[in-house]
Design a protein around this ligand. Sequence first.
Ligand SMILES: O=P(O)(O)OC[C@H]1O[C@](O)(COP(=O)(O)O)[C@@H](O)[C@@H]1O
Ligand SMILES: [Mg+2]
Ligand SMILES: [Mg+2]
Length: 340
Amino acid sequence: MKKNNLTLGEFIIENQKHYKSTSGEFSRLISSIKLAAKIVNYKVNKAGLVDILGDAGDTNIQGEDQQKLDVYANDVFMQTLINREIVCGIASEEEDDYVTIKGKHETNENKYVVLMDPLDGSSNIDVNVSVGTIFSIYKRVTPTGTPVDKIDFLQRGNQQVAAGYVVYGTSTMLVLTSGSGVNGFTLNPAIGSFYLSHPNMKFPENGTIYSINEGNYVHFPQGVKDYLKYCQEEKENRPYTSRYIGSLVSDFHRNMIKGGIYIYPTSTKNPKGKLRLLYECNPMAFLAEQANGKASDGYVRILDIKPTELHQRVPFFCGSKSMVKKLEEFMAKYPKDANY
Ligand SMILES: O=P(O)(O)OC[C@H]1O[C@](O)(COP(=O)(O)O)[C@@H](O)[C@@H]1O
Ligand SMILES: [Mg+2]
Ligand SMILES: [Mg+2]
């Protein structure tokens, strides 16, 4: 597949067969996400010059201090999707509950729901380090024309129609899958279009980078501690390299290109893990598997976990297949409660 000559819109039209949509509804949905990403990107790039840094002075349902850019990004993605009336509902890290979009005819005819983390890596905003947006798309399970229900959002990750992220980094990229591989599109800011720059992205089977917040070491499950000892011993192609950006999207993106594993286990501070299943782990797990990688909670495939709550957290181990498998071997040596 050639690169640099297809825009994201052209790519979707050319690959219509993969983007399970006849009415063009799906491509309009992606076009809305693309538009919102460009608006947020513009603000991210001016962060030091406009009043968009620091705390928003409020906390979200997770009990986290919302950063101004968290709130701004949430508003932009929400408003873009609502105004263009393409989805029937949205769930967001920054919204207490899901939001129903009835449309002008109050008919709930649209068939897609979107779940999102509008700004991932919030701790990086004020220090000029890359951040991202994560999104996950499902077809609703309730009949069109009927009210949207929580069950439309509590679907297993293996039911996703599409998933992707935007990384606002040295360049701004949108990385997308709809179940037929992963493709990366880079924004040309001079033109305002995303161009296919990373066709058919794949995790290297193995890698030598591990990404984890080792500040929480004392609270890690024994299986994770043993795996870190394995990574750091001088044997074979080890010690590995430790790289941790503090933004899931950025760590994931680097690991997908270079090979590596991202680990956010349980800890005393986060007994269920920190990352949210619905709008962080599931979309990133879908992308990982579509790129020949692997994603589990240490025992179970992330995409098979049955969600029970919108903001539920799970332990998250994701990246090069051999590295995730090796970590699972260490986890399996202990009874689950010793690890969780
Ligand atoms: O600071 P910690 O505890 O290591 O957590 C960092 C992780 O938390 C996150 O920032 C959570 O995402 P949000 O910023 O969207 O809340 C991840 O992007 C990142 O990998
Ligand atoms: Mg996040
Ligand atoms: Mg966030």
